[in-house]
Design a binder for this molecule. Structure first.
Ligand code: SAM
Length: 305
């Protein structure tokens, strides 16, 4: 089961009200969507997007009792402006991104997201996607693979991990990949709090799904579709995503984006948001105790000017 993270805090900051128009860019199991739908009833509208067709179908069934029902769309939030336009959604009061994968995806061995289960090396959120984890692991040149693992996994053993993976090609399963990582990192250097393959799996998943690229495009799309006074909320689960969100909001909250050493502004940029969370909102101790997956969550919210 997937338990929505920072749900109270994100809903409080997004302030959905009866009659509002909202977009949930990461429908997942529909936890946040339900909370929004309850608050925008009776005549509000929710556009509910997920890249994963199976998630959309499961959420459609889970939300069958909710009135009004959302408009469900299977798609990449990187295309948010187009998806919203096609659904006839303009001037939204709020947009939510709850990033990463859901527990439903992680717990299904067939999806290949987790080293905890043996499954095929897939990791595609959209199963129509061209690039699977097997292709990345088996076809990327060693140097590129090391760069992906270092950059997207922030793994300092990336060069050795890539070397061990390449030596064991072809790899077919998540267990084989986890085994290569375990062999590459000396046992004394295994992290105390996470499995040694965590960072490598994160990196390959992010590469397979172009997660940072989608996030950057999705945030731009959200700025286009949200009305003045409307809010954009993002829940990130690791530092790369959170840094991207932080710097995007910061840059958009400033009038000028010229380099600081430049005496006169030539960019002509005008601030388009006000940041509502100077510091990211973190889950309470109670939430972390009840749902350990929330441990690393950080919520940032900005309001369109
Ligand atoms: C953490 S879960 C969301 C859980 C949801 N908020 C809930 O309460 O059940 C993230 C979901 O976002 C989807 N997702 C991730 N990146 C996406 C993207 N670029 N476009 C659309 N959906 C995406 C994943 O498929 C997954 O179902």
């Amino acid at each position: 089961m997937h338990v929505p993270v920072l749900s109270k805090e994100s809903i409080e900051l997004l302030r959905p009200r009866p009659g509002n128009v909202f977009i949930d860019c990461t429908l997942g199991a529909g936890g946040h969507a339900r909370l929004i739908l309850e608050r925008i009833a009776p005549n509000g509208r929710l556009l509910a997007v997920d890249r994963d067709a199976a998630a959309v179908e499961a959420a459609r069934a889970a939300l069958a009792d909710v009135d009004p029902p959302p408009t469900f769309v299977q798609g990449d939030f990187g295309d948010l402006a187009r998806l919203a336009q096609e659904a006839g959604v303009t001037a939204a009061h709020g947009v939510l991104f709850d990033l990463g994968v859901s527990s439903v995806q992680l717990d299904d061995p067939e999806r290949g997201f987790s080293f905890r289960h043996d499954g095929p090396l897939d990791m595609r959120m959209d199963r129509q996607g061209r690039v699977s984890a097997a292709r990345v692991v088996n076809e990327l040149p060693e140097r590129e693979l090391a760069a992906v693992i270092r950059h997207l996994g922030e793994e300092r053993w990336a060069v050795r991990v890539a070397k061990f993976v390449v030596a064991r090609r072809p790899l077919h399963s998540t267990r084989e990949l986890a085994g290569a990582v375990e062999a590459a990192i000396p046992r004394a250097a295994w992290p105390a709090d996470i499995h040694p393959a965590t960072r490598t799996f994160q990196a390959i998943r992010m590469h397979v799904n172009d997660e940072l690229g989608a996030l950057e495009r999705g945030l731009r799309g959200a700025l286009e579709v949200v009305r003045p006074g409307g809010r954009i909320a993002v829940i990130a689960f690791h530092s790369l995503e959170d840094r991207l969100v932080k710097s995007f909001f910061l840059a958009e909250s400033r009038d000028c984006q010229c380099p600081p050493e430049q005496p006169v502004c030539t960019c002509g940029h005008r601030a388009s948001v006000r940041i509502l969370t100077r510091k990211p909102v973190r889950p309470s101790d109670e939430e972390v105790a009840a749902n350990p997956r929330s441990r690393s969550a950080r919520l940032r919210v900005a309001e369109k000017l």
